[in-house]
Design a protein around this ligand. Sequence first.
Ligand code: GLY
Length: 332
Amino acid sequence: MKRRNFLQKAALGTVGITALGATASPGLSAPKRETIEEPTTSPSLPVVIATWDVKGATKKAWQSLQEGSSALDAVIAGCGVEEANAEGQSVGIGGLPDREGRVTLDACVMNEKGDYGAVLCMQNIMHPIAVAKKVMEDTPHVILAGIGAEEFAVSQGFKRENLLTEQSKIAWENWKKTAQYKPIINIENHDTIGMLAVDKNGIISGGCTTSGLAYKMAGRVGDSAIVGSGLFVDNEIGAATATGLGEEVLKTVGSYLIVELMRQGKSPQQACEQAILRIIEKTPNFEDFQVGYIAVNKKGETGAYSIHEGFVTTTYQDEKNTAITPDFYNKK
Ligand code: GLY
C-alpha cells in the first residue's frame, strides 16, 4: 500500500467548502480563510474512521464490531493490520527508522471510560497499539517508554523481532548519503494511523500508532501516543485523532481541542477545521509541514481536515468502506 502516492477523491461524508476573505471564527484571530461546513450524509452507527487509505484496516475494525468486539478491540484489530504490513513505512514493521537506523514506535489507546494507555519509543515489538492496551489494563501506569515498554511487552507474550525491513534500511542508507543530520520536516515522511470507532450503541474508542517522523533524532517522541494531542476520546461527546508533524499537534493539544470544540456545539468537521486554523495562526512556516485531523461524534457524524492537499481518510459506515481526500486549508 502506497499511501503517499494515493490521492483518490470520492464523495462521502461531510465536506468543507473554503471561503476566501471571510472573517475569523470566534476565539480565533484573523485566519486567512474560514471554512463552511456542508453536510452531505446523515450519520449512522456503527462507524469506523481512520487516517490514510487503509481500507483493510477499517474493514477489519468494522468486521470486529459486527462480531461483537468492543469499539476499543475493533480499533486495535484494525490498526494491527497496518502495523503488520511490512510494505507500509509508517507504522509497525517496516516503519522508517530514526537517524541511527532504529525503528522506534509510539502508540496509544483510549476507551469510553476515559482510560488511556501508551507506549513511547518502543523497539522490536510489531504491535505497539496492543501493548498500549496492556499498559492501560494491566499496569498501575498509563505510559511505558523505551526498554521498559519493550520488556513489559515481552512479559505479556509479545515476540521480539527486527522491525527494520530491507526496503526501509535501503531508504535510510540512501537518506544518510545526503542528510545533513537535521530533522527533515516535510509533508511526505509521516503517515500515522489514527482510528476512531463508535459501536452501534454509541460507545466510542480510539487508537493511534506510528513509527514517528522518519530519520528523527534518537529519542524523539511525537504526538501519537500523547493523550489529548494524537488522540482524545470523550464518550459523552466524540473523539479525534491526528496525523502529520507531531510537534505542531503537541503544541496545540489538537485532539483535545477538537473534542472540546464539539462539546461547545461544533460539528466534527467544523472542529477539525478550527484546530487546523489554530496551528496556522501560531506557525508562520505552515507551508513546510502537514497536519491532518479526523473526528467523530456520538451520533456518528465525521469530519476531516488538513493543512495541505494529500491527506486521505477512510470511513466505514452504512456498509461502505470509502477512502476520500478531505478538504484542506492551503489552497493556492
Ligand atoms: N504524528 C506522528 C509523529 O509526529 O510522530
